[in-house]
Design a protein around this ligand. Structure first.
Ligand code: ADP
Ligand code: MG
Length: 312
């Protein structure tokens, strides 16, 4: 199959709400009235971001999910995306078909449409640029955390990092953890409902402590984290607590939201959790003293040596 046959067969949408979609030099779309554009890009490289033998359906899903998660972290509504796909020469049509299925299933779930891209030969890598929208001035940045805010996380943490460790050791990752690794669920509905509520927010991709540090630096504040409150993934609850906490505090690939909000919003936030069927847990408090103070049942706890995944 040539490049254009691949695009036609697997990446050309049947219909689109865009003004112009796959097939021309550029895609064209109109934002909703009063909205600004939110743009984000993430690349997944074989053996760096995923195991080379991962199921192509899961790979398609995750490639888009990590980008949609960035939109969720701004409180944005997903709208459109482009796909730059680099494929090895020996890749089968079946592989591409399955990749496309996973990608488009996640896209359908979040009402985000493919409007263009690029297809090239080379070592397997996927770059997606996702576009969303927020009402002007309503985007949730990293810089608005205030002394006294409560710190919250969605879902549970640490499972993906545990799964990666198991696989690297040549073992089979338990199903809950594996599922969390390969099929992250971007928290779009929660992000949107947090507009006007969360002062600062991001998605956890490199590890809770590493990512939280970005909020703290950009907001000029510190945090106290209560380790015993951290929501642990199902398989982590069964292991040594210290080990489990290390995964949850510093493990990457969770794609949950971490946000800060004034305590007056506590009930509203618990209501969002109830309505979305996703736990949202308070794990600490923003303080005026810079840095992170880690507590375990009010006893001081040492910060882990590395706070999260570092690319360089
Ligand atoms: P150009 O030469 O102008 O860059 P291409 O030949 O690369 O155009 O692509 C032709 C059309 O197919 C364009 O509309 C482009 O956006 C789209 N396209 C290419 N690859 C992909 C892909 N992987 N997914 C979606 N659309 C794609
Ligand atoms: Mg091109």
């Amino acid at each position: 199959m040539g490049e254009f046959d691949i695009i036609k067969a697997y990446f050309a949408p049947q219909s689109s709400s865009a003004i112009l979609s796959v097939g021309d030099d550029c895609g064209l779309f109109q934002l909703s009235p009063g909205c600004v554009c939110n743009v984000t890009t993430d690349t997944l490289v074989s053996t760096v971001h995923f195991f080379a033998d991962v199921d192509p359906f899961d790979l398609g899903w995750k490639s888009l999910a990590v980008n949609v998660s960035d939109l969720a972290a701004m409180g944005a509504n997903p709208r459109y995306f482009t796909l730059a796909l680099t494929l090895p020469g020996d890749v089968s049509n079946q592989y591409i078909a399955s990749f496309s299925k996973g990608l488009l299933q996640l896209a359908k779930q979040h009402h985000i449409e493919l409007i263009g891209g690029d297809t090239t030969h080379g070592p397997l890598s996927i770059t997606i640029t996702a576009i969303g929208e927020t009402p002007k001035g309503k985007e949730i940045r990293r810089s608005g955390a205030k002394d006294g805010d409560h710190i919250w996380v969605t879902g549970d943490l640490g499972s993906a990092a545990f799964a990666v460790d198991q696989i690297k050791k040549g073992q089979i990752a338990p199903s809950y953890s594996y599922e969390r690794l390969v099929r992250p669920q971007p928290r779009v509905a929660i992000g949107i409902q947090l507009r006007g509520i969360a002062g600062a927010m991001l998605d956890i991709s490199d590890g809770l402590l590493a990512d939280l540090s970005h909020i703290l630096q950009m907001s000029n504040v510190g945090a106290t984290i209560n380790a015993e409150l951290i929501p642990l993934g199902a398989d982590l609850k069964k292991m040594n607590n210290e080990q489990a906490l290390t995964y949850a505090l510093t493990g990457g690939d969770d794609y949950e939201l971490c946000f800060c909000a004034n305590s007056q919003h506590d009930d509203f936030i618990k209501n969002i959790a109830h309505n979305c069927g996703v736990p949202i847990t308070q794990i600490g408090t923003i303080t005026s003293k810079m840095g992170i103070e880690l507590k375990h049942f009010s006893k001081d706890m040492q910060l882990p040596q590395t706070l999260g995944y570092q690319h360089f």
